[in-house]
Design a protein around this ligand. Structure first.
Ligand code: NAI
Ligand code: 15L
Length: 265
């Protein structure tokens, strides 16, 4: 088990539940945390630590004794600015301050394609383009990436920011045929992000080896990561279930799809 104590935030969420199982072989102790109850059943090498990311003192205590963090916790869709402010903006500040104060050297940050969601699907972009958030949620991921950069430049805390596309069991619609990240590819990416030496602050797109990619993924090379799964396997099913999109449908125009039109809440 290459990591000593590894913290997983957002452990009760969709990806948290997937990674909670899959991170077990990577750490001697897995500390799992969320705002909502995680149940009482504990794995042999698990510690349960409920915590609100908006509570600075609580987050400082949460990171005590940890060697690394996989940070999934927060609001994961478009919501009011106030909600995003607490969980994502304050939350990510509290996390990095706690990392600094507790000597935690590595963070894997769940960023999102919605940090660049207003790029058109016709564009092929790298991780070095200007942010084009498609809402307050996407904006909070831009902030998280910049926070990671600041804490690397000032304090040497390393982060891999993964701009996750759409990580679900299967791609759910036509847009996700481009953005899908399988759970196996997510796991190998998080593992590479945790254990590759000297990543500084690396931004990488989290997408499987799908047919038509929108993203040039130099960060993947830095991590020695290559995805294995391919959404093409699901194309026939998705296209049978979902009629073709109209030419002006945001799900066909923008990389962030319908997030470009959601809110304000
Ligand atoms: P999710 O919404 O299922 O899980 C997020 C978890 O964070 C929830 O269990 C929630 O209770 C917790 N949380 C919310 N506010 C909190 C607070 N104030 N304090 C502590 N915990 C809090 O989201 P999912 O799909 O598991 O995503 C995980 C992470 O990955 C999120 O940060 C999301 O933004 C990011 N992401 C996910 C994508 C996906 O396709 N699933 C795509 C892009 C990014
Ligand atoms: C995200 O950032 C969300 O957390 C997830 O629920 C999906 O909506 C995903 O992006 C997506 O763009 O498909």
């Amino acid at each position: 088990r290459p990591c000593g104590r590894l913290l997983l935030t957002g452990a009760a969420g969709g990806l948290g539940r997937v990674l909670r199982e899959r991170l077990v072989p990577m750490a001697k102790v897995l500390r799992v945390s969320d705002l909502v109850p995680l149940g009482d059943a504990l794995g042999a090498h698990e510690e349960l630590r409920p915590c609100d990311l908006a509570d600075k003192a609580a987050v400082q205590a949460l990171l005590e004794g940890c060697d690394a963090v996989v940070h999934l916790g927060g609001v994961s869709v478009e919501r009011s600015f106030e909600e995003i402010l607490q969980a994502n903006l304050r939350g990510v500040f509290h996390l990095y301050e706690a990392a600094r104060l507790n000597g935690v050297r590595r963070v894997v940050f769940a960023s999102s394609n919605h940090a660049i969601g207003f790029y058109r699907q016709a564009e092929r972009i790298g991780a070095d383009v200007r942010h084009r958030p498609d809402g307050f949620y996407g904006l909070s991921k831009c902030f998280g990436e910049d926070m990671a950069q600041l804490y690397f430049d000032r304090y040497g805390i390393e982060t891999v920011s993964i701009r996750i596309g759409s990580s679900f069991e299967e791609p759910k619609n036509r847009r996700m045929l481009h953005t899908w990240l399988s759970f196996d590819d997510l796991t190998s990416l998080v593992e590479a992000a945790l254990f590759t030496p000297q990543v500084g602050h690396t931004i990488v797109y989290g997408a499987s080896k799908n047919g038509e990619a929108w993203w040039d993924n130099a960060g993947a090379g830095v991590l020695g990561w290559a995805p294995k799964d391919n959404s093409e396997l699901y194309r026939a099913k998705v296209e049978a279930e979902q009629p073709p999109l109209a030419a002006d449908d945001p799900n066909l125009l923008y990389q962030g799809g319908v997030f470009t039109t959601q809110g304000p809440y």
